[in-house]
Design a protein around this ligand. Sequence first.
Ligand code: SAM
Length: 230
Amino acid sequence: MNLPQERYTEREEMVKMQIASRGVVDPRVLTAMLEIPRHLFVPENLSSSAYDDRPLPIGHEQTISQPYIVAVMTELLELKRNSRVLEIGTGSGYQAAILSLLAEEVITIERIPDVADSAERLLKKLDITNITVITGDGSLGYSPRAQYDSILVTAGAPSLSCALIKQLSDDARIVAPVGGREVQELVVIEKKDGVIREFKHGAVCFVPLIGRYGWGGIEGCYHIDSKKNN
Ligand code: SAM
């Protein structure tokens, strides 16, 4: 791995003021947020805002998520050193880079070829070797590399496909924003000993998941219990 140290103090400030202060406690997540140079994942003209407490545009009407949200979602996955993770929505590649420090293998899938290519080039330049970038419709998951110990959806889904549940190993988690086009609920689906449980983790705003089981597609057959809160 070839991670430049520049702007480290800005990352320390980000981790302290935006992430730890809001309750993210997993030391591995906090360290990963310190180590990955977020400013390399944003467009050059926005580099000075790279450590701001907000999402930023990355072109093609897509965004790199707010640092706090990246940290929360990563913590909710409860990754282990030997985890195999599927990320749906590569975007800039930043979230995948964070995951790569916590898991053994990251497969990340992006529907826009140009976006996938830029992320892949950057991850290669940083010499991060445990990430595979796939171009395609992640609303179906990615069956050729299943089963996954964790699936992270980083675009807002109207519903989830049962295929995602089928691609989970036992003792595994999905973290996904599910709900409306503008605002979603962060949902954690846990599969353990064949039993599925759901938790909700508050409101979030993601760009839409577009695809067969996303916006513009058909309804996924996995139904989130809207009455249950945790
Ligand atoms: N994780 C990203 C990062 O670290 O920069 C941010 C993801 S951005 C909020 C959402 C991404 O999901 C966009 O790049 C979008 O093109 C992608 N996307 C939307 N629908 C998708 C689908 N069905 N399959 C794969 N990617 C999708």
